[in-house]
Design a protein around this ligand. Structure first.
Ligand code: NDP
Length: 271
């Protein structure tokens, strides 16, 4: 019987993870099956245990269960512990190992796929929710000159900066504090694009040659991507590459083989 994996979420029907992991399995010749599992909002732990009973080897976790998955794990990788959130689970006997591959996925998409240098650059991270928390340590590991976290609720940005201060030069602020500043890389880790909104940015925020990156992805450019293109960003990207690269990292955690994200990216863009 094929090894069994899944993504837990609610909702989960829209998830691209089954298509991505099935493509990775074909590419690497791994005998595995991957499906989407709708977990009840009050029944995540039960859904995980039922999947383990059915022979499940591992799983991905998406909205809204990443923090609950962290609590459910019997052991955490250091990067999951830092993020306080889990997007990848490995089941081995009684052990539930929780990992977080979001940050690795983002930095690989930025540095390898988009050829963006992070070392010595000024980075602005918009948002202070789960996605922002998961990517802060890997961004700081890349040795930027400065990393500024801006958030609508500024207290959350300050708290996040304090939590990661030991990892590098990070400060938190409110949007009005960005006046007069510009950045080489601006990453939108807010959920504003989900409701067609734009964080309140001034028009000079994009430095010459800068990259504007929205973690959100879809058929069309997000309001953030359109704003960036209009106001001086040299390059604009959505988060599909991050999604595929975090999946590739999860696949590596489970199977010990790193699939190539490029053909899967071409396939999903084509679709
Ligand atoms: P959370 O709900 O944890 O955090 C949302 C953040 O967005 C908060 O900082 C919130 O600010 C801010 N926000 C919401 N609306 C607005 C607005 N109108 N203007 C300014 N700020 C706003 O969400 P996540 O961190 O989990 O996800 C954020 C985004 O990242 C989502 O679009 C998600 O789809 C995407 N994502 C993409 C991934 C990928 O692989 N490509 C992986 C993970 C996430 P406040 O604190 O003030 O409420």
């Amino acid at each position: 019987m094929s090894d069994l994996y899944c993504v837990f979420g609610n909702p989960v029907g829209h998830s691209k993870s089954p298509a991505i992991h099935s493509a990775f399995a074909r590419q690497t010749g791994q005998d595995m099956r991957y499906e989407a599992k709708l977990a009840p909002l009050d029944g995540f732990a039960e859904a995980v245990h039922a999947f383990i009973q059915a022979g499940g080897r591992g799983g991905n976790v998406t909205v809204p269960f990443k923090e609950e998955a962290c609590r459910l794990s019997t052991r955490l990788t250091p990067r999951a512990e830092l993020a306080g959130a889990v997007n990848t689970l490995c089941f081995d006997g009684d052990e539930i190992l929780g990992d977080n591959t979001d940050g690795a996925g983002l930095t690989r998409d930025l540095m390898v796929n988009l050829d963006c240098t992070l070392k010595g650059r000024r980075i602005l991270l918009l948002g202070a929710g789960g996605a922002a928390r998961g990517v802060l340590a890997p961004l700081l590991d890349a040795q930027p000159d400065a990393l500024v976290v801006a958030n609508r609720t500024s207290g959350k940005a300050h708290a996040l900066a304090a939590r990661f201060a030991a990892h590098g030069p990070v400060v938190g602020c409110a949007y009005p504090d960005l006046a007069g500043q510009s950045f080489d890389l601006v990453i939108n880790a807010t959920s504003a694009s989900l409701s067609g909104e734009l964080p309140p940015l001034h028009t000079g925020i994009f430095a010459t040659g800068s990259l504007a990156y929205d973690m959100m992805y879809g058929k069309d450019d997000t309001p953030f991507m359109a704003f960036a293109a209009q106001h001086g960003a040299a390059q604009v990207a959505d988060g599909l590459g991050m999604l595929i690269e975090q999946a590739a990292e999860a696949f590596f955690v489970w199977r010990g083989i790193r699939p190539d994200g490029a053909p899967v990216m071409a396939q999903l863009r084509g679709a």
